[in-house]
Design a protein around this ligand. Structure first.
Ligand code: SD4
Length: 344
């Protein structure tokens, strides 16, 4: 079992993408995994994880732990300054501060970790795993999460890129037509929500893991926490059944515990895409009137992605048109989500 001192010296020597020790040596003994059944290894995630699903799949094929593999997959996006939905370069909150959320679950050991409102650390997925590996807690938030990460050897850095700062300034300038800022309407289409990355994997032994990481909703009220770091909402994994995760309006997901619900629907026998679709129906049923259009459809986007223990997978979205990333023995690709509503 590595000590914290071992961890710190490893972390000091390593880059961000390899900060954590090789899996879960600190964990309780793994559950017996798939039993006699062999699973079809597969990695499934949001479409912005197309590079990550390939990396994660290759690592799982080489024998890596499923959670280490998918965290390495989402690290690509977290560390990419050009992705404004996650980690470095994520769009900031209303005060121009980048606050990150992430959570993960490791099926074989039934453990979970999460961070909310984490500042200055580009890889919140790895901090969530450190919470899981090195504390008796599941979730740390805000300044406590930041201090913990720095103690663990993560390097603080300014996460606000010039591009995201410019977008934030433009958003601010348009808040009030009568303020002292000049509007630049032609400049840019201001984004109000961002992307997030979720990834779920099953290996040949039927072991399963899930992770979700995000900079959350752009221009959010400082301190706002979305669904991504909420175990059971942003992601969930049960090694006996499967895993699921979400991108889109976190406030809608939190109210239905959507990742947990999707896994529960799979436990009841639904295929992953059908389970995800049924969770979307629950979301619609739980949507307050102010967020519904004249036809009773939500005015926001949300998607769920799911894998079953035997390697079946799927994605579902509210309105037709979204895709999800998948990698199996046929290689990485985008596939179409099933949709609750057709466009138009
Ligand atoms: C959140 N679910 O913080 C995230 C944001 C997201 O596409 O996924 N946007 O609510």
């Amino acid at each position: 079992m590595p000590t914290r001192r071992d961890f710190l010296s490893t972390a000091a020597a390593a880059g961000a993408a390899s900060l954590l020790p090789r899996d879960a040596a600190a964990a309780p003994a793994a559950l017996p995994s798939a039993g006699t059944r062999r699973a079809r290894p597969v990695v499934v995630g949001s479409s912005n994880g197309i590079r990550g699903v390939k990396l994660a799949y290759d690592r799982i094929a080489a024998g890596d732990d499923t959670l280490d593999a998918i965290i390495a997959g989402v690290n690509i996006t977290e560390l990419d300054p050009d992705d404004q939905s996650v980690g470095l370069g994520g769009l900031p909150n209303a005060e121009g501060v980048v606050q990150l959320d992430a959570s993960c679950m490791h099926g074989p050991t039934r453990r979970a970790g999460a961070v909310g409102c984490l500042e200055d650390i580009a890889t919140p997925s790895l901090v969530a795993k450190a919470v899981m590996d090195y504390t008796d807690h599941v979730m740390l938030v805000g300044e406590g999460a930041r201090k913990f990460a720095i103690e663990m050897g993560f390097k603080p850095q300014d996460l606000l890129t010039e591009r995201s700062r410019q977008d934030w300034l433009r958003w601010k300038s348009r808040l009030n037509a009568n303020d002292a800022y000049l509007d630049h309407d032609a400049d840019v289409a201001i984004k109000f929500t961002t992307g997030t990355i979720n990834m779920n994997a099953v290996n040949a032994g039927g072991d399963i893991s899930s992770v979700t990481t995000t900079s959350g909703m752009a221009w959010k009220v400082p301190g706002r926490v979305g669904d991504s770091p909420i175990v059971g909402a942003g992601q969930y994994c049960d090694n006996l059944v499967g895993a699921a995760g979400s991108t889109g309006r976190g406030e809608a997901n939190i109210k239905v515990c959507g990742a947990f619900l999707t896994v529960e629907f799979m436990r009841q026998g639904l295929a992953p895409a059908q389970a995800a679709l049924k969770t979307l129906e629950r979301i619609v049923a739980m949507t307050e009137a102010r967020l519904l259009d004249a036809r009773g459809r939500p005015r926001f986007d949300i998607q769920f992605y799911a894998v079953a223990k035997d390697g079946r997978y799927g994605g579902a979205t509210l309105v037709d048109g979204a895709s999800f990333a998948v990698c199996d023995e046929r290689g990485p690709r985008l596939e179409k989500c099933v949709a609750l509503y057709q466009r138009g």
